[in-house]
Design a protein around this ligand. Structure first.
Ligand code: GTP
Ligand code: MG
Length: 136
């Protein structure tokens, strides 16, 4: 079984969509939430998390947005959960995301795209260490 890091971004928290998004994840057969925490991310954490994008034009506004309010971080475990949560989320640009996906149903702006989910096993391992270092 796999584990993935999910972040419900500040727009999700501000819009009162935490329950809706968690519910979509929870309903998938055999998946479970094994850790969950609400917190406001500091610059250091965001630099570690989004370091691959440093230098790109969207990096600074992305980090500013991600620090603009609390996020909900969760660890989800289950069968093919890395690929699966990415599929539930939909593509990065919410306008390109199909209705039925989280971004397709609730988003319009690329930066405010509601949810982060690890994009590979490697990313999942790296990101889980940043957000939940004590998790065994
Ligand atoms: P995350 O789950 O947040 O990592 O999204 P992603 O994996 O779908 O996209 P990616 O890792 O490539 O980019 C991280 C975040 O940067 C995205 O979720 C967007 O909010 C933002 N972003 C990425 N590409 C662009 C872009 O071309 N323009 C803008 N404005 N924002 C972007
Ligand atoms: Mg990404």
């Amino acid at each position: 079984t796999q584990r993935t890091l999910v972040l419900l971004k500040p727009d999700t928290v501000r819009r009162g969509l935490i329950g809706e998004l968690i519910s979509r994840i929870e309903r998938k057969a055999g998946w479970s939430i094994v850790a969950l925490e609400m917190r406001t991310l500091d610059q250091d954490t965001l630099e570690q998390h989004y370091g691959e994008h440093k230098g790109r034009p969207f990096y600074e506004p992305l980090v500013e947005f991600m620090a603009s309010g609390p996020v909900v971080a969760l660890v989800v475990e289950g069968e093919r959960v890395i690929e699966g949560v990415r599929a539930l989320a939909g593509p990065t640009d919410p306008i390109a995301a199909a209705p039925g996906s989280i971004r397709g149903d609730f988003g319009t702006v690329v930066r405010e795209n509601l949810i982060h989910a690890s994009d590979s096993e490697e990313s999942a391992i790296r990101e889980l260490k940043i957000f939940f270092p004590g998790l065994s």
